[in-house]
Design a protein around this ligand. Sequence first.
Ligand code: FAD
Length: 541
Amino acid sequence: MSIGLDCQNDLSDSIQKLNPKSKLFVLREAPQTLFPKLFKAWNVTHLVFERDTDAYARGRDLVVTELAKKAGVEVITRYGRTLWDSDEVVAKHGGKPTMSITQLQAAGNAVGDIPKPIPAPAHLPDPGDMPLDFEQDKPTTAGFDDLNAPHRSGGDNGDNTYRAGIAGMSGDFAVETLEELGFPAAAATTPHRGGETIALGKLDAIMADAEYTATFRKPQTSPAAFEPQSTTLLSPALHFGALSPRLFYWRARTVVDAYRGKGGPSKPPESLTGQLLFRDMYFAAQAAVGAPFTQTLGNAHCRFIPWHLPSKITATATTADEEAGAVDAAASNTSPYDVDSAQAERWFRRWAGGTTGFPFVDALMRQLRREGWIHHLGRHLVACFLTRGGCYVHWERGADVFAELLLDHEPACNAGNWQWLSCAAFYSQYYRVYSPVAFGKKWDPRGDLIRRYVPELAALDARYIYEPWKAPGKALEEAGVRVVGDGLGEGEEKGEGGTYPEPMFDFAERRGACLAAMKAAYSVGLHGDDERARDGTWREL
Ligand code: FAD
């Protein structure tokens, strides 16, 4: 949330630098109801916006476009979120989703060269009068308990209308604050900040390191690296529109094309430009499939796999009572595949809370919860572990947790990558499973990521930090650690620090069970649009 506000404030500052009479004008109401009022009050002749292929956005934009037409307002749209216009990519791909980088590249090349970004404006016209002859919504988000609190730019004048931050205008038009949105400012735990100024500064620094940029190979970047991380961490800036993907692409291409180092530059899909192609691949796949892209049911391109807990159960219950309720609900699901649903629900909760008892998984999940970003290969590990490589829980449940926690959450990239990691779509080598122990050790033998995000284990000898349950009593004692409890608060003696949960299952055993179940699901071979997936007759197959 805070990163989005950073972006808006930074944009406002940049606009003011170009024209002190202007700024970013924020109105607080859904466009479907606000725009008809604005068209009239501001005598609007043109409406210009960026096209967005997310399902929700498509629906919203359709309504807004209709309203504009009715009001005699000309609508101009442009695409800017992706390298190529996703709808054009789909058209060149025969209306089908792009399910591989090769398909994306072929369709993209058929669309044409990736357009070069246009220069930023050097000046801006005055904004003109912007009277409001209607009352603007005040922020009403739950948690904002003082609706009459003064606003930052201008303040409340006491008669329920807002004063302008800039002379000649009515209305407040200020960027929201975290508090107004219902979050105390102190609640923001991420160190990552937003805004175009920061994003462009980061991009400059990355591109100045020609060796890094030109030889970037994603599989060789460490998921355990932090401060600095091993990849660009530009995804939140791309998500919030603070950085143009085409600017990123062409800056990287220029460095790559000029690179004369030993071995030459890296190439897609591993290279930096290849990463942006993956992004376009998921956007175009979503543009073709539409709303069902982010789920299994109704999605012809997503395998139907009878995961544990196919139904959604609220993920974040915290009290014992809520927890028991959710477990009961899960237990009432009696398909042969769901005999362990109550257990799987507990595994899901431990995964989401970073208390699985597998320290590398827990470190990543806690990093995600605290900071909103984890490395791509870290996402690989935790997504594989939740689905086909441990818990056998539905990928949609993991995607929901990511959607809530990621600073860079994109419906297309999130759902697409979850499908990839769960082998529901895009990728089918389900027998390649990440080990929650060996994978981390390979990158980070000393366990620095674990020490940072799982402080209970900070003093544990590196020999045991990935498997504390195997540590001799003396090593645990010296590190002040007790391996006890189920990670959901049961079995632990409250008030005694230094406890870390036992592993929630025997990984080798679960790996075998998951592989057998995946093999069976693949041999049945249903997809999300199959009626038998919807009506439950898959159970008889
Ligand atoms: P870099 O390695 O520096 O790559 C540069 C840019 O390329 C990224 O900023 C991103 O925009 C794009 N990119 C790189 N890899 C991918 C990829 N596999 N798919 C799509 N775009 C990619 N990325 C999101 O932007 N939003 C999401 O909601 C998201 N959810 C994911 C969920 C799972 C389960 C997994 C495995 C991956 C997900 N990713 C998502 C993709 C990827 O993990 C992030 O884009 C990347 O880690 C962002 O870090 P970075 O900017 O340092 O990436």
